[in-house]
Design a protein around this ligand. Sequence first.
Ligand code: AQP
Length: 330
Amino acid sequence: MRILSGIKPSNVPTLGNYLGAMQNFVKLQNEYKDADIIVFVADLHSITVPIDRQELKKDIRSLAALYIAVGLDPVRTHIFIQSEVPCHSELSFVLECNSYIGEMERMIQFKEKSVKQGLTVSTGLLTYPCLMASDILLYDANYVPVGEDQKQHVELTRDIAIRFNNKYGETFTVPEPLIMKAGARIMSLQDPAHKMSKTDPNPKGYITLLDDINEAKNKIKRAVTDSLGVVKYDKENQGALANLMTIYSNLSGLSYEEIEKKYEGLGYKEFKEDLAEIVGSTLEKIQTKYYEIIKSPELDRILDEGRDYAYSIARKKLSKVYKRIGLGRN
Ligand code: AQP
């Protein structure tokens, strides 16, 4: 069994990326001892929108180090940088030729991001689900752990794989999205109607894993809440509080009922102060490990090993695809 996933280095990962994705990679790594686990830094995905070169370079390395800092063990999990394995872009074009523009235009992420960009929206933003499909199909991944927002792209990957297999013969494993319920969709701290995103123009809406600890605590304390003043999980009527309770529950291990009991008769203030401490100590643990790794030459060794491992699998799959289609001389 192979489990594969990636995150794009379009800034430092947020608590949303951590709870919806990274934490689950670690759980799966520790639970499925026999699975082959591959996690990559999806740097090609970052260039679908304008991005500063220096920032990108920094974020690529940071994300690789953060994977290890949150608990991925490079002995168990192969970690690599997507653009260092050219097969991803090569297969992507083949998949673009086996998918439809209508399918791409239906993707919610494309709709949302293209509205923000207006006329300058890149072609890559439209076709990036094909790149994501390549990321997955090159490795015959059985499971792809993602947050809820990426489910649609994994479903599209399934459609493309089935279509290709029907047309050219059995080539790709059809993957399943793996969405862990807890933390699947963390919302902005300033607007509970929108998911927490690392490129939100309002930095108060998100907490990154490398935020200054005091600043992160303040973001929790200043997060919007509702007017009812009761700590009760009610997504419909108290969406902002429900989001904070989800973060609380995930990081502390307490259930919603246990949290409600703990704050019975108390207001939001105590709840938020405690949550700020919980978030602060989570970040502190991650950051301590992060600053050890980011400086060490070990990180490059891990990424070299990951790249070579990924390349050996991806190249074979790409040759098979080319052969099936009739490309080249073989
Ligand atoms: N708010 C979220 N709650 C839970 N999971 C989330 N993920 C993203 N946001 C949340 C999950 O994190 C993984 C990596 O995402 P990505 O960076 O590759 O793409 P994204 O979904 O576009 O993430 P962002 O933070 O919103 O980035 P930008 O702002 O650059 O677009 C995925 O598994 C995703 O589901």
